[in-house]
Design a protein around this ligand. Sequence first.
Ligand SMILES: [Fe+2]
Ligand SMILES: [Fe+2]
Length: 279
Amino acid sequence: MNPGFEGELLDKLHSLTDTEVLDYVIMNHAEPDHANAIKAVMDVSSEAKLVTTRKGARMAQVFYKIPEQRLAIVKDGDTLELGDRTLRFIEAPWLHWPETMFTYVEENKVLFPCDYFGAHTAAGFYDDEVENLIHVAEKYFGEIMMPFKRKGAQALERISGLDIGMIAPSHGPIYRNPERILDMYRIWTAGETREKAILVHASMWGATEKMVKAMAETLMSEGIQVSYFNLLNSGIGDITRQLVDSRAIVPGTPTVLGELRPLAVYATHLVKILKPPLR
Ligand SMILES: [Fe+2]
Ligand SMILES: [Fe+2]
């Protein structure tokens, strides 16, 4: 829960249960968009233990001032019996921070993977209610998970033995048809590319653009799919989404003071750190 929404979260929790008698609070990820309200919840639920990984426990101490005696550290495969429900914890480090884990509710077959399998949309409650969901999920993958493809593939391997009926990420809709997103994540984390090139340019007086367009036409005449972006009017997220499965990139820039145009420097830097599967 982002800073500033603690009260709203507590109100919602109160409407569901008596928060003063909570036994456990599960923290899959310590980033403030999910974990910022932890101190507020732990203050109200004075008996509750915070369940998290070893690295998560350290972060909870540093970021949210949770004292050591209120932490319950779990490791991969540990379970927590709640009476009629069993929680299983799956360590999934570096998706996308070092402390991240997934929680699986055995009786309901629900996986809570926090950021993994997320999408930046509030368009629907369930996956089948969101148009173009795979498009939005691919954009999210490109922006957040693409640099961690190898860790992502390992996490998929770890959950492959689970009977997953539903995936409830912490961004975007709940997947009641989990196979669809699982299939896409298998492809994306494997770095499978298409016969596709991404052409990105920042022209000044149109000459660079002319060259990039000629390149686009040539590639298309060879049957290669082309996604074409002018950096002056393109969203970075849209470019990132195309990077997820493009095989080649053609950057175009004029020189400014003997260097690349700054906009092109920014774009090439971003491509470098996002580690797309370009050849
Ligand atoms: Fe995160
Ligand atoms: Fe997040």
